[in-house]
Write a protein that binds this ligand. Sequence first.
Ligand SMILES: [Fe+2]
Ligand SMILES: [Fe+2]
Length: 221
Amino acid sequence: MQSKTPQWQSACKKTLLDFSRNDSLRFWGWGHIIDGEKLPPFDYRYEHTLAVVKLGKWLAPLVNADKDILICSAWLHDCKKRLGTKGKDNHAKEAAESVEGILNGTDFPPEKIPAVQHAILHHVGLKLAETLNPIETACLWDIDKLSKLGTASLIHSICILPAFQPATTAEILSRGENWLEIAHSIVTSMNTAPAKSEATRRFELLQSFYKRFREELSSGC
Ligand SMILES: [Fe+2]
Ligand SMILES: [Fe+2]
């Protein structure tokens, strides 16, 4: 029998989905009408968050992290991140400040809220100078960055590209190859052993994908 989704998880999911859908429609400037509802061509923020939540469910038991704290921070870490905004980025601070209001009146243990806020405040950046603490904060950084490596990350980056600029095959390849350098520093910065091992596996896949992509584009076969 499947266990019932806790009320707080439904509240987090709804908050994130409402925000990401509106923000995606704003950024794309158009949407598909499905059953009378306007849907963005691709809701990057929501798809990214789903991947992060799934990774949290995988990682939490492997490193004895508190699952409530990790899954809650996974749902909400980007709940204020807008597509295409330039200048000072405050999305982690804004998200951390909104946590209490989102969870208010739900069944989320209130004593765990400061740990959720701490994890969200420290999830930004693509490399780390030192290991993060406590374990839930370390894990949120790891799963957020792991979601930017591997097969789903390829799909996510290709699907969102046309919202930013006209996409061509050559442009997708060149952006992907540039990303590999950053991706390597993500792998070396991983906080936890299981995430580092998975990041290495995903990085190798990206490397071989772009190598083959370059060969195919150069030779035609
Ligand atoms: Fe973020
Ligand atoms: Fe994120």
